[in-house]
Write a protein that binds this ligand. Structure first.
Ligand code: HAM
Length: 427
């Protein structure tokens, strides 16, 4: 038997109702913040991710699904392609390619699958879904302002509240600008010199190539050593410090609580200044429900114009795990089960179903081969509100027996009034 690949999974009803509930709430929130949807390809040139996310990151060095695409001509080399492990790089590529700087500040969102070859466990999959947003544009569009950072963070707090998710924590940090980072990396490199030989092989390499990535280490024995390393907060210049203070003041003004976490550097290389994660206690080891931050130099590093930006991505799989509602509570149930009774009644029932569905009634259609008892059983199992009997006499009379399944109350209703009667019971 062929099964879904390890780390991927099928999403089935009724669970998909929760996913739809999340996605429609999210689209409503994006609408009132004036964000618009962007859809970028699921695979891109490998170089996009290695340049944007960084060669030394776990995502690029260990987790990408990369293959060489067949070349068209014998002499031509195949192109290296990668299933997107995240969507910020693709959005910035599209920004550059379509010259979106002419539009001023771009406020874009996406919902879709991402792929990372991580060790599967609860809340961690090899195909997972992100709901993300990016706000970027030329500096003249206000894209660099701390007001944008606060707006994004307030949007997220609002979104989690609207979804009924309680008990989240916003972890906030500033990772500084490239010149701060250079000084900080130097300090880290020095501090790591005597320590690295006692650390895991990944950290020994990172200590030389990209010391900031030492903070991504998950090896328990390395953690006490990492705890002694210098903190980025001590290396911020005045502009970055001031930017970060303004973000915090704005968050206080709009009433969004946060914790400063000066060990939070995020696992991707493009971040500058504000970096953040929202964590949630119910999620166990994979407790980051979402992450994001600024990436003021990313466009230039991909050959584009200066385009400061900030964004986030929510792990939709994790968000769904944190919801309190059971799937059944958001899964719509049929308003009516239409039971054709006797030969030739499938045609009449189909006609009625068409009329009712055009009036927004959720109708499930039975079959004339079913006995009435069986139709009742199916209708109850589906949780239908009403059952509607369609027999020869009813069709002739132009009036139908409509039975409320829970109360047992039965009424005879004229064909023209059926839709209204069934819909009235909804509200
Ligand atoms: P990230 O922190 O790598 O950031 O991923 C964002 C979120 O995606 C995580 O917090 C987590 O909820 C979810 N996630 C990541 N990997 C997995 C996985 N294997 N299984 C399930 N969920 C997962 C980014 O991707 C950045 N592009 C976010 C961003 C946008 N920064 C600026 N703009």
């Amino acid at each position: 038997m062929i099964k879904a690949i390890r780390g991927t999974r099928d999403l089935l009803p009724p669970d998909t109702a929760l996913w739809n509930f999340v996605e429609s709430t999210v689209r409503d929130v994006f609408r009132v913040y004036n964000f618009h949807e962007i859809r970028t390809p699921i695979f891109e040139e490998t170089a996009l991710f290695s340049r944007a996310v960084g060669e030394e990151t776990d995502v690029v060095s260990k987790e990408m699904y990369t293959w060489e695409d067949r070349s068209r001509a014998e002499s031509e080399k195949g192109q290296s392609l990668t299933l997107r492990p995240e969507n910020t790089a693709g959005v910035v590529r599209a920004y550059i390619e379509h010259k979106l700087e002419t539009r001023g500040l771009n406020k874009l969102y996406y919902i879709g699958p991402q792929f990372r070859r991580e060790r599967p466990q609860k809340g961690r999959y090899r195909q997972f879904y992100q709901i993300g947003a990016e706000m970027l544009g030329p500096p003249s569009s206000g894209s660099e302002s701390p007001a944008r950072d606060a707006e994004i963070l307030e949007l997220l707090a609002n979104l989690l509240d609207r979804l009924g998710i309680e008990g989240w924590t916003l972890q906030l940090n500033s990772v500084g600008c490239p010149s701060d980072r250079a000084r900080y990396n130097e300090a880290l490199r020095k501090a790591l010199e005597p320590l690295a030989p006692k650390m895991c092989s990944d950290c020994q390499r990172r200590a030389v190539t990209n010391p900031l990535r030492v903070f991504d280490c998950k090896v328990p024995e390395d953690q006490p050593i990492i705890e002694t390393l210098p903190r980025i907060s001590e290396y911020l210049d005045d502009d970055c410090r001031n930017h970060f203070e303004q973000v915090q003041a704005l968050l206080k003004a709009v009433g969004v609580e946060f914790h400063i976490s000066d060990r939070l550097v995020r696992g991707l290389d493009y971040y500058t200044r504000t970096a953040f994660e929202f964590t949630h206690g119910a999620l166990g080891a994979q407790n980051a429900i979402l992450g994001g931050g600024r990436y003021d130099g990313l466009s230039e590093s991909l050959g584009g114009p200066k385009a400061p930006g900030i964004g986030f991505a929510i792990g939709e799989d994790r968000l769904v795990l944190a919801l309190k509602q059971p799937a059944e509570s958001v899964q719509p149930k049929p308003d009516v089960y239409i039971a054709p009774l006797g030969d030739g009644m499938n045609r009449e029932a189909a006609r009625l179903a068409r009329e009712l569905r055009n009036q927004e009634v959720i109708a499930e259609l039975g079959d004339e081969s079913f006995r009435l008892k069986k139709s009742f059983e199916i209708a109850s199992k589906l949780g239908a509100r009403y059952i509607l009997i369609v027999g020869e006499n009813e069709v002739k009379a132009g009036a139908f027996a409509l039975k409320h399944l829970e109360s047992g109350e039965q009424v005879t209703i004229a064909r023209a009034e059926l839709g209204q009667k069934i819909r009235a019971a909804k509200s």
